[in-house]
Design a protein around this ligand. Structure first.
Ligand code: PAF
Length: 292
């Protein structure tokens, strides 16, 4: 497993792999790898024959009041975990000044999508998706993948990146991998490590809420309001939880809908705080054709 530290090294290495005829797959991460990331690596292996994992804690996707300073990182442990899969060919782990050579403040070009970030996390994390879209485009420019794999837990991110590739004609296939869960349903996240034991026990309400939303939508519910009400009431069962949002959106527009039509792809999503720890979860449902 090669470890590449500079953009120039990574680009030269990717060019060489392309010349050899490999189908390059990139798994972008911010490190602190867990089983969810390893599922992305497995998916990457199925999508191509050369897998690069990038590890970069991107400062521009954190707002000043978020957890950049305390974001967990253990590069050695991450490399050990990736090495032991036997499925990763290269790790791209640049320093901040490799990707932001003049400093983030001096950068004049940013990628934004005001349309797709009005709701869900976008409305509560101003600047977050600008940072994500911009850094992922940089990672694409360095790693030159044919395919990039992202987790569907961060569904708004996934749909934005799919549009990034489509709208900017990048020609990169954006693959979404289903969320990996703990035995009780909690979606795996690096931020779960911040929860104390009482919060951890109650955090199961997120997955219960979106599972109930799925159940309703798959079995004939055609209106959003009862789905939102169900999710809200399940989150309210956890005294330590503070609901930030419970929304039902179309996945193509990421805009809330009042009602669904057969064939629509609809996402029910929640964001919940446990003290300062913010967790998200979602269920994505293709509304059955037979029900209406
Ligand atoms: O999902 C993440 O870990 C990050 O947002 C990403 C895509 C690696 C960009 O920094």
């Amino acid at each position: 497993m090669q470890v590449l530290r500079t953009t120039a090294q990574m680009q030269a290495y990717a060019d060489e792999q392309r010349r050899k005829g490999h189908r390059l797959v990139l798994v972008p991460t911010m490190g602190t790898l867990h089983a969810g990331h390893l599922a992305l690596v497995n998916r990457a292996r199925r999508e191509g024959d050369h897998v690069t994992v990038s590890i970069f804690v991107n400062p521009t996707q954190f707002s000043p009041d978020e957890d950049l300073a305390s974001y967990p990182c253990d590069f050695e442990a991450d490399c050990d975990a990736l090495g032991s899969t036997g499925k990763v060919d290269a790790v791209f782990a640049p320093e901040v000044d490799e990707l932001y050579p003049d400093g983030a403040e001096a950068q004049a070009i940013w990628i934004t999508s005001p349309e797709l970030t009005k709701y869900l996390c976008g409305q509560y994390r101003p600047g977050h998706f600008r940072g994500v879209l911009t850094v992922v485009l940089k990672l694409f420019a360095c790693c030159k993948p044919h395919v990039a794999v992202f987790g569907l837990k961060d569904a708004q991110q996934f749909y934005l990146l799919r549009r990034l590739s489509h709208d900017l004609a990048l020609g990169i296939h954006i693959a979404g991998e289903p969320t990996v869960r703990e035995a009780d349903g909690l979606a795996l996240s690096s931020r779960n490590a911040y929860l104390n034991s009482a919060e951890r026990a109650q955090a199961v309400v997120l997955s219960r809420a979106v599972a109930q939303a799925r159940e309703l939508m798959e079995h004939g519910q055609q209106q959003s309001a009862p789905v939102v009400a169900k999710m809200t009431s399940i989150i309210a069962q956890a005294p330590l939880a503070t609901l930030q949002y419970a929304e039902v959106v179309r996945t193509d527009t990421l805009v809330p809908v009042k009602a669904f039509s057969p064939g629509d792809e609809i996402m029910a999503a929640v964001a919940v705080y446990f003290d300062r720890t913010r967790l998200i979860d979602n269920a994505i449902v293709k509304i059955p054709l037979s029900q209406c």
